[in-house]
Design a protein around this ligand. Structure first.
Ligand code: DX5
Ligand code: ZN
Length: 221
């Protein structure tokens, strides 16, 4: 059970300090949300920010790109310090080709779908990706409410992975907190993005530990 705190909810006036606290929290990776103001109705941050935090941090960089043209930015993201790139199925370009390009850059590849996209569209890609990300909010903003009706997608993916005898990290993103994480874990998720549930809390270590324990306790047998 892995926790990936989303930097979108960090205090950007003291980012270095925030990253040190995340490192000390026991988090497994850092979730970095890149938004282009076109694929989603918000703009976050891009290469200069990723590049500068790369110098400060040895956390695993889990980069979630909510951008219309993912293929265009793979090389730059790699240079900036990304280790895993998760792009959206709904974005431009053939997903199989995007996965290939991410791998060719020497990075791990993740594919994500928005809440309204049926999970079956992911079928052709499950053998090729290291991670599948199911959005449990409409992408674009932190602090929204968890959509429980996405849970069947997780169960379907777990079943498909078994059927195809393949394995990938099953990540959920959006509204994950102490009240919702068990539900996602019980449905098969094993990696949890948490923005507002971690950043801004007095003790990041306490939050990450609590989230992990709740996920572990709900792990399907
Ligand atoms: C939403 C982003 C999320 C966001 C999650 O588009 O992909 O990673 O930061 O924030 P919380 O955990 O607050 O819902
Ligand atoms: Zn995200």
């Amino acid at each position: 059970m892995k926790i990936s705190p989303s930097m979108l909810s960090a205090d950007f006036t003291k980012l270095g300090e925030e990253l040190d606290r995340i490192k000390a929290s026991g988090a497994d990776m850092l979730h970095i949300d890149v938004m282009d103001g076109h694929f989603v109705p918000n703009i976050s941050f891009g290469m200069p920010v990723i590049k500068s935090i790369r110098k400060k941090s040895d956390l695993f960089f889990d980069v979630h790109i909510m951008i219309s043209q993912p293929q265009r930015y793979i090389e730059e993201l790699k240079k900036a310090g990304a280790e895993l790139i998760t792009f959206h199925y709904e974005a431009e370009g053939d997903p199989a080709e995007t996965i290939e390009m991410i791998h060719a850059a020497g990075l791990k590849a993740g594919i994500s779908i928005k809440p309204k996209t049926p999970v079956e569209v992911l079928l052709p890609y499950l053998k090729d990706v290291e991670l599948v990300l199911i959005m449990t909010v409409e992408p674009g903003f932190g602090g929204q409410s968890f959509m429980s009706d996405m849970m069947p997608k997780l169960r379907w993916l777990k079943e498909e992975a078994r059927r195809q005898n393949t394995d990938f990290i099953l990540q959920v993103d959006g509204g994950v907190n102490r009240n919702t994480i068990a539900e996602a874990a019980a449905a098969g998720a094993d990696c949890f993005v948490a923005g507002s549930a971690v950043f801004g809390k007095p003790d990041y270590h306490e939050e990450v530990t609590a989230l992990k324990a709740l996920a572990e306790a709900a792990r399907p047998q």
